[in-house]
Design a binder for this molecule. Sequence first.
Ligand code: NAG
Ligand code: NAG
Ligand code: NAG
Ligand code: NAG
Ligand code: NAG
Ligand code: NAG
Length: 395
Amino acid sequence: MLGRSRLSAGFLAVAAAVALAQHAPPWTEDCRKSTYPPSGPTYRGPVPWYTINLDLPPYKRWQELITDKAPSLKVMLNYLRDAANIFVPSGKLMKIVDEKLPGLLGNFPGPYVEEMKGIADVTGLPFGEIISFNVFYEFFTICTSIIAEDKKGHLVHGRNMDFGIFLGWNMNNNTWTITEELKPLTVNLDFQRNNKTVFKAASFAGYVGMLTGFKPGLFSLTLNERFSTNGGFMGVLEWILGKKDAMWIGFLTRAVLENSTSYEEAKNILIKTKILAPAYFILGGNKSGEGCVITRERKKSLDVYELDLQQDRWYVVETNYDRWKRPLFLDDRRSATKACLNQTTQENISLPTIYDILSTKPVLNKLTVFTTLMDVTKGQFETYLRDCPDPCIGW
Ligand SMILES: *[C@@H]1O[C@H](CO)[C@@H](O)[C@H](O)[C@H]1NC(C)=O
Ligand SMILES: *[C@@H]1O[C@H](CO)[C@@H](O)[C@H](O)[C@H]1NC(C)=O
Ligand SMILES: *[C@@H]1O[C@H](CO)[C@@H](O)[C@H](O)[C@H]1NC(C)=O
Ligand SMILES: *[C@@H]1O[C@H](CO)[C@@H](O)[C@H](O)[C@H]1NC(C)=O
Ligand SMILES: *[C@@H]1O[C@H](CO)[C@@H](O)[C@H](O)[C@H]1NC(C)=O
Ligand SMILES: *[C@@H]1O[C@H](CO)[C@@H](O)[C@H](O)[C@H]1NC(C)=O
């Protein structure tokens, strides 16, 4: 059981780390070199592959994967249940989640409801808890995404998935509880139709949206959280109140990966579709100049920032701040990433050098669950579990 003391201790640890900030050693370091192939203390281990057969009815698609991962999924959901019971004692919140959430959220279009029902039945967990686990990723996804083009016009796309802030800190080894519990849930997915790959993704078992994936030969896509006052909570509220014309962001990303057939089509959909929470979409294509960061409000796009080789813009980087604003001074992963890209130079861009950059503190931090590297034209998709041993900043 999780005690109130552990949560408030986590909060104190955060406050202490805030005071130290992110700018000075040991929280930052020189750009790492030759860290690939992954090894050593920042590498936790490989990520297993599963095939998801889209020819099966949605209810059955996740059975094999979820049968393997049910124990870890239960640990995670138990933890979330305990956390909810601390904030709203007497189990009332979880009772609402279990009994009311399915009705409140109503029907999602597409395969999602049936897929989540299948997952609930295999694990024996309440359907409402599986839904809440899926909604969870609309918030708190703090990440770094990079698309870079080398001198030959070849694109690479990398991302660190950082997740789990503020939901509890392990004092014994200085880690975030959720971040640690997500590591055994991390999977690589090969979505197939007719025994052929439609797209590949790195995800968490139990989640049916997608945040990181690519379509070999066509495009790559990552989603980063965007914090805004007109944020996801408003969107969810509108949804519950019956205004269901917007899409959940992770479900939109999944739909684009599954059904879009070109960079241009994907870009157009990501710019135009109404969404429930603000977001950044980082989209790469299969040829020179095809790479952009789309900054989204819920109802419209604010900015589409593309590669532009004529202007020597050979990379785009997104963390969790609008590019025209300064990042929060406590969290400047953006400058660190750009400084390392500048140092690497366009001549040396490759999956290994992108891994070096994503391994440099504070781009790598205590929230980093995994690193994914994608090469659309070569069809390479690699995911690695990460650790950030002390000294290392909390985010
Ligand atoms: C830290 O401790 C937690 C809880 O005991 C454990 O689950 C996790 O694997 C540990 N992480 C590391 C990096 O040692
Ligand atoms: C996929 O491959 C398996 C064996 O590898 C075969 O039994 C099955 O019929 C194939 N399915 C389709 C839709 O081609
Ligand atoms: C992709 O398109 C197919 C066919 O229209 C549809 O059945 C499926 O639900 C779509 N997938 C998603 C994730 O929206
Ligand atoms: C690149 O993507 C386009 C669609 O945008 C596709 O027509 C073309 O075949 C792709 N090129 C390669 C080499 O796969
Ligand atoms: C990286 O290089 C670009 C172009 O020379 C420059 O504008 C930018 O300030 C540099 N950024 C960092 C963080 O070094
Ligand atoms: C980049 O490549 C050049 C040679 O092409 C090499 O001299 C230089 O050291 C490399 N820089 C880095 C940061 O790897």
